[in-house]
Design a protein around this ligand. Structure first.
Ligand code: ZN
Length: 442
């Protein structure tokens, strides 16, 4: 029952997060409501013991943390990503069509399954940058209505369409907004914001699938929705984070943009965002009388769950999965392993997470690529090149990753929230003789 309620809350969260900007804004609203104080990277910070804070970068990545009253022995971070593959409008986006269609010029953001984006209603959302008297202003925008379709070619015109088709993003994936009239989308955009053409200075606008998420299956055990990768993990981590943490750790929620394009941006997991934020927290802690060494000790005793969805074994193509390390839907949280360290989990991290899952009363299962197939990568190993955190790559099993409509399990989401909650409430202390002690909080 609880898992279905959570799944419906996730569906609402996804509906209100058509882009990374909206997902971040929504998380900030939840943090505001929970009494967190916003910090700005452009202002100096004064942090107090017991304080709850968050900071954003590019309005598309967010880090939130809670300072304990006493001394903290570690940071405990759950990291996820706010972005999903989508089609992004090019700077000049109106594409005149001699056949009367109102057509848009777009390019790929990330590696979506192109076929899944066709013949379904699409919305347009993102941000626009508008001229002001003295400069410019960024405005969040979501048309929140069915705006576009990328139409397939009829089977009668392309008889080979069912025999394996390739998609050329420059030709095949351009959406139409309708037919008739002389105005393109530009006019519609200006009307929507209520500005003149010369006031529109820039934009980051993306198409998004309009389909609502659904809970289905014989007992409501399945969930399908757009953007489950990685809003499912981001939403679940936020729920767990808002339940607080152990009184000698600094619990942290991290949601990064740009994972789908490699994370190497100003606000991605490879950026200085986490490093800078930890540095500024350490500055504040030093001001409370801690000594110079404390920051290094605390960091090297810190842990991060890098949570990004994982591939469940496919019902029709089990051959794509490894024989033993193949996750099942609702079979528990996935621990991801990769010898080449594209996933950061090692024996110690896997062991620590298994103890956490035991404590939470949930199951863990494992994922490894087939040894003859290259896999994806995620946040953990990328962030680890900048900050010293024991990192464990985990995820929730799902089907059709990077489809416009993805599928996962409702029980896995509930298990994940429980495991993250226990993680935040556990102080893991590295001790002598290669031991780790786990202090379970309330
Ligand atoms: Zn992902």
């Amino acid at each position: 029952m609880e898992s279905k309620v959570l799944a419906h809350e996730l569906i609402d969260f996804i509906k209100n997060s058509p882009t990374a900007y909206h997902a971040t804004a929504q998380i900030c609203r939840r943090l505001d409501a929970a009494g967190f104080q916003p910090l700005s990277e452009t202002a100096s910070w004064s942090l107090a013991p017991g304080g709850k804070y968050y900071v954003t970068r590019n309005a598309s990545s967010v880090l939130a943390f809670m300072l304990p009253q006493g001394k903290a022995i570690s940071y405990q971070v759950v990291a996820t990503h706010s972005d999903s593959p989508a089609f992004k409008l090019k700077d000049v986006f109106d594409r005149p069509s001699p056949d009367g269609y109102i057509k848009l010029n777009v390019e790929r953001y990330g590696g979506m399954l192109c076929s899944s984006w066709m013949d379904r209603p699409l919305g347009i959302a993102g941000r626009v940058i508008v001229a002001t008297e003295n400069g410019m202003q960024v405005r969040l925008l979501d048309f929140d209505r069915d705006m576009a379709i990328i139409p397939n070619v009829a089977i009668h015109m392309d008889r080979s369409a069912n025999d394996g088709k390739s998609y050329n993003a420059q030709v095949d994936m351009l959406p139409i907004l309708g037919v008739g009239g002389n105005d393109g989308f530009k006019k519609q955009l200006l009307d929507e914001i209520g500005i003149e053409e010369e006031q529109l200075l820039g934009h980051d606008l993306l198409l998004y699938p309009r389909d609502e998420g659904r809970v289905w299956g014989r007992e409501g055990e399945m969930i399908s929705a757009p953007r489950l990768d990685d809003l499912m993990c981001a939403f679940g981590a936020m729920e767990a984070f808002l339940a607080g943490g152990h009184d000698s750790v600094i619990p942290m929620l991290a949601v990064f943009d740009n994972e789908e394009v490699g994370s190497s941006t100003r606000q991605g997991a490879a950026s200085s965002f986490l490093e800078d934020t930890l540095g500024r927290i350490e500055l504040a802690l030093k001001a409370t009388g801690e000594n110079e060494q404390d920051a290094y000790c605390r960091l090297s005793n810190s842990w991060m769950l890098s949570a990004d969805n994982a591939h469940a074994v496919h019902p029709n193509h089990p051959e794509y999965a490894d024989a033993q390390n193949k996750p099942r839907i609702n079979g528990g949280i996935v621990l991801k392993f990769n010898a080449a360290q594209r996933y950061a989990t090692d024996g110690i991290g896997g062991a620590a997470f298994r103890r956490i899952c035991d404590r939470a009363g949930v199951r863990a299962q494992t994922y490894a690529n087939r040894s003859d197939m290259p896999g994806g990568s995620t946040l953990g190993n990328i962030a680890n090149t900048r900050v010293n955190l024991h990192t464990i790559d985990i995820g929730l099993p799902q089907l059709a990753m990077h489809s416009a409509y993805e599928t996962a399990g409702t029980a896995d989401l509930a298990d994940y929230v429980r495991a993250c909650t226990v993680f935040y409430h556990t102080a893991i202390r590295a001790g002598e003789g290669d031991t780790f002690t786990m202090e379970w909080g309330e």
